[in-house]
Design a binder for this molecule. Structure first.
Ligand SMILES: *[C@@H]1O[C@H](CO)[C@@H](O)[C@H](O)[C@H]1NC(C)=O
Ligand SMILES: *[C@@H]1O[C@H](CO)[C@@H](O)[C@H](O)[C@H]1NC(C)=O
Ligand SMILES: *[C@@H]1O[C@H](CO)[C@@H](O)[C@H](O)[C@H]1NC(C)=O
Ligand SMILES: *[C@@H]1O[C@H](CO)[C@@H](O)[C@H](O)[C@H]1NC(C)=O
Length: 456
């Protein structure tokens, strides 16, 4: 008996002595949280798929902001008002759309197959958009979640399984604010001097979401009306980084309160579709939508409003050359289909990455991001292959291609990715080279990559 107790005592003593050695504890302030290194998987991944899916997919009209445009903003958007007058009985409210969110064709394995084929390494699904509807059975969102109503299915959990089965990382989008939540509106009325919404709804739900699904990325949004102190963002992040089950892998963005974006958090999103003019000093991500008019599904979308494959590839390349990740969005239909036109784009990206991926995945920005001696060229580099890559998206009209930045040596070799033959080249002085292009292969992506080995 005595011996056992002293064992327990010794173990406890050892535990307390060892704790400080087990790693940094982050404090609930930005200085401490901002110093956390980003888990390495994120920068290596480079390309992810964003999925906006919720009750807003049912009207599928204008955008995922439909409810706000119809009932929130002042004056309301007349197109939304007229659409409802023309097509729905008087008194039909936004929550009445929820039972029509059937997701009856939702096959998570189908989706995950498409995402994997796109070459993406992570997937981010809306767990809750500004409408407040959770696509998982949140007990803090009674009758306004995808198990109580609509699909009667745990969409977040079902997709998690399929995505992880393909070794893709899984992230969840979560809106801090909810347009019409009475608790939120009351706090807002009090100029955010009260925190009823945060303490009774937002935080318990967020902790529950992390514990239930163990996301590797939290894409926070809807933060801008109130300061981070109202949202208790730093306290939540300190828990996430210190004590949550995902503390070693979790990646977050920068939308944690008014004034935070581009300044605090994990990686930076800055504004939607942010495109920096020069190399940012901090890891960042560009989010972009195939449908340029909306993140959510839109029944009125036209082909001319969608990004085509070459423009997506160009955006991806420029983002990666500038040190960013590219998160490309698709909006599934309320019955659970990814529109084939989106699928086509995604498979096209994957086919291009199949040949050209070594210039993208795990790459680093090169010392120069872009030049334009022959046609516009974007550079990346990959230390694993000690290579520099020059990506071009315009077919030159001549076979001699001049690059003005790389400094060559005698041992330098140049190849076109996808073509095993080394290319003939000659140095230029004081720097640069001129090379002889082969016949460029036809590629729907319209982007080709020169691989330069042994250049500086
Ligand atoms: C994916 O599922 C298959 C079939 O159930 C299983 O054999 C495989 O190990 C899973 N892969 C991963 C990475 O979980
Ligand atoms: C909130 O702020 C506004 C403007 O500063 C002020 O007029 C109002 O009285 C404040 N309301 C509360 C409940 O503090
Ligand atoms: C919220 O933050 C306050 C301090 O700003 C703290 O006292 C409180 O414990 C926090 N609550 C949660 C649930 O994080
Ligand atoms: C590249 O150079 C060409 C010809 O000098 C010019 O027309 C084009 O606008 C330039 N493009 C960029 C992106 O600078």
């Amino acid at each position: 008996m005595f011996a056992q107790e002293s064992w327990v005592f010794l173990l406890l003593a050892a535990w307390f002595i060892l704790i400080p050695a087990s790693g940094t504890r982050y404090q609930a302030n930005w200085e401490s949280l901002d110093a956390r290194p980003l888990p390495t998987w994120y920068d290596e991944a480079k390309f992810g798929i964003f999925v906006h899916w919720g009750v807003f997919s049912v009207p599928g009209f204008e955008s995922e902001w439909f409810w706000w445009h119809w009932k929130g903003q002042n004056p309301p958007d007349q197109k939304c008002v007229q659409y409802m007058l023309d097509n729905y009985p008087p008194g039909f409210s936004y929550p009445d759309f929820a039972p029509q969110f059937h997701a009856q064709f939702f096959d998570p394995d189908d989706w995950a197959d498409i995402f994997e084929a796109s070459g993406a390494k992570y997937v981010v699904l809306t767990a809750k958009h500004h409408e407040g509807f959770t696509t998982w059975p949140s007990s803090y969102s009674w009758n306004w979640n995808s198990v109580d109503t609509g699909p009667h299915r745990d969409l977040v959990g079902d997709l998690a399984e399929a995505v992880r089965n393909r070794s893709l990382h899984y992230g969840l989008y979560n809106s801090l604010y909810e347009w019409f939540n009475p608790l939120y509106l009351a706090d807002k009325k009090n100029n955010f001097t009260t925190q009823d919404f945060v303490l009774k709804k937002l935080l318990p739900e967020l902790y529950d979401m992390v514990l239930s699904y163990k996301p590797e990325l939290i894409w926070s949004d809807g933060d801008w009306e109130a300061p981070d102190t109202y949202w208790n963002s730093t306290e939540f992040l300190a828990w996430l980084y210190n004590d949550s089950p995902v503390k070693d892998v979790i990646v977050t963005n920068d939308r944690w309160g008014a004034g935070c974006y581009c300044k605090h958090g994990g990686y930076y999103n800055c504004a939607d579709k942010y495109t920096p003019g020069e190399l940012p000093k901090h890891k960042w991500e560009k989010c972009q939508s195939v449908d340029t008019q909306s993140w959510g599904y839109r029944r009125t979308m036209r082909l001319s409003e969608l990004m085509d494959l070459p423009s997506i590839i160009q955006d991806l390349v420029q983002t990666v050359a500038m040190g960013g990740n590219y998160l490309l969005n698709v909006g599934p239909t309320p019955d659970g289909m990814i529109p084939p036109v989106f699928e086509e784009r995604l498979r096209g990206i994957g086919a291009w990455l199949e040949v050209n991926g070594e210039a993208i995945y795990s790459s680093k920005p090169w010392r120069i991001q872009t030049e334009n001696a022959t046609v516009p060229v974007w550079y990346t580099s990959n230390s694993k292959y000690s290579s520099v890559y020059a990506v071009f998206m315009t077919k030159p009209t001549v076979y001699t291609f001049h690059l003005s930045e790389p400094v060559t040596a005698e041992s330098t070799t140049v190849t076109l990715l996808g073509n095993p033959e080394p290319l003939r080249w000659a140095p230029l002085h004081p720097r640069g080279l001129i090379l002889l292009l082969p016949e460029l292969p036809q590629t729907p992506a319209q982007a080709w990559i020169l691989k330069l080995d042994g250049v500086k």
